[in-house]
Design a protein around this ligand. Structure first.
Ligand SMILES: Cc1cc2nc3c(=O)[nH]c(=O)nc-3n(C[C@H](O)[C@H](O)[C@H](O)COP(=O)(O)OP(=O)(O)OC[C@H]3O[C@@H](n4cnc5c(N)ncnc54)[C@H](O)[C@@H]3O)c2cc1C
Length: 383
């Protein structure tokens, strides 16, 4: 394994850094306070080719690979976890899964539009009473002529109220349990019987839209089915294998931001007549942040390089996702301690890092669910 980024990957990292500094940072403080999402920024990221790296050239991408894309994803998340999320909503979620399971028509219609951010994407699994236990979802699609009538409620859906194309997971044959789940591509804004509303009560990710989607006899054409009837669970698990990796790289970005902020602050703040960086306990805190952040990044890069070689790597992805999420929370928590009361203030960045980092332990399968996946791989009991 080569541990160095290529010149091309370093240039992509620089592109992401430049974009974040020029486009995200100038309004970040105001936007975080006002919970403002700027769709134009996501469109600019699409125009710069940030989402095209894992998309083949024939669908408007550059096919530079998972690792290259995740280098940018981490860099954007280092500045803003909220704007790291669109990598998932555009490509790691919807576009990749349409590429893997879609018809030619579906691929042509959606993949280039998602990669360029002409269309915004989302995926809807979670329901009010169904989270980790995906198969317990209650949303159903009942066949009616050339359509399926969809009824149910999805919640905590990133991009719910701004998305054009949603990968909807629901039951077409509930009695068959996981074999009775199917997936559809639903054009949310164009489908009658679909209503969306934002969730305004989030702890963090204030510049990223999250919401609910309600389906009331929403008529979805049969041609919108993704894959075959009954493939929904398989499609969902395949998708999560990709989105988890993006989540892990965003977590590394947040952990790195916590380390950077702590190093800077520790060299400025003085107590007992010296910089707090001179206290060994502070050095130990920052040394551990550094070690764990490096380790998390290597785990992400290992999984990404396996993905680039087309090797199935569910275990490696879950290991990376678990460790990176825990590292982000620990690093940002340590950063809050190092900043003292200023760590508790929204005028300094580390309280945002702490709030945002908690999302990584929940989304794309909680930390407990990652440990379940890791253990079932170890004991050869893959489900
Ligand atoms: C900011 C944000 C964005 C999100 N975006 C999306 C999205 O775009 N699309 C989408 O579909 N969902 C999304 N979600 C939802 C997210 O995927 C779920 O919250 C997550 O899967 C956990 O489900 P839950 O919240 O219902 O928790 P539950 O499943 O109810 O879990 C509660 C607790 O029990 C634990 N637990 C559950 N089962 C087990 C078990 N077998 N063994 C041990 N412990 C267990 C969990 O680890 C957790 O600690 C988002 C959530 C957040 C916070």
């Amino acid at each position: 394994m080569d541990f160095e980024l290529t010149e091309e990957q370093l240039a992509m990292k620089e592109l992401a850094k430049d974009f974040a500094e020029k486009e995200i940072l100038p309004t970040q403080e105001k936007d975080e306070k006002g919970h403002v999402f700027r769709p134009e920024l996501v469109k600019k990221m699409g125009a710069l080719g940030m989402f095209g790296g894992i998309i083949p050239e024939e669908y408007g991408g550059t096919a530079t690979g998972f690792l290259s894309t995740l280098v940018m994803n981490e860099e954007i998340a280092r500045h803003s976890a909220s704007y790291g999320l669109p990598f998932n909503m555009q490509v790691f979620g919807p576009a990749l899964i349409i590429l893997a399971f879609g018809t030619d028509e579906q691929k042509k219609k959606y993949v280039p539009a998602l990669a360029s951010a002409d269309m915004f994407g989302c995926f809807a699994i979670t329901e009010p009473n169904s989270g980790s236990d995906v198969v317990s979802m209650k949303t159903t699609a009942v066949e009616k002529g050339d359509f399926f009538a969809v009824n149910g409620q999805k919640t905590w859906i990133s991009n719910a109220h701004v998305a054009d194309a949603c990968i909807l997971y629901c039951h077409t044959d509930p009695q068959l349990k996981h074999k009775g789940m199917s997936a559809f591509i639903v054009e949310l804004k164009k489908t009658k019987g679909v209503t969306t509303r934002p969730i305004e009560t989030k702890l963090g990710l204030h510049c990223a839209p999250t919401g609910e989607i309600v389906f009331e006899d929403a008529m979805i054409p049969k041609s919108a089915m993704l894959g075959k009837r009954g493939d929904g669970f398989k499609i969902c698990m395949t998708m999560l294998d990709n989105t988890r990796l993006s989540c892990a790289s965003r977590a590394v970005g947040v952990a790195q931001a916590a380390e950077d902020a702590s190093v800077k602050y520790a060299q400025e703040r003085e107590q007992f007549g010296q910089k707090i960086a001179e206290f060994q306990m502070i050095q130990e805190q920052i040394a551990m942040m550094h070690v764990e952040c490096q380790a998390a990044r290597l785990l992400v890069q290992r999984a990404a390089s396996l993905k680039d070689k087309n090797v199935k790597c569910t275990l490696e992805v879950s290991v990376a996702k678990y460790y990176a999420a825990e590292t982000a929370v620990k690093a940002s928590s340590e950063a809050v301690k190092i900043f003292g009361s200023y760590g508790f203030s929204s005028e300094y960045p580390v309280e945002r890092l702490y709030r945002d980092s908690k999302s990584f332990q929940i989304v794309e399968g909680t930390s407990n669910i990652q440990k379940l996946i890791i253990a079932s791989n170890i004991f050869g009991k893959k489900k």
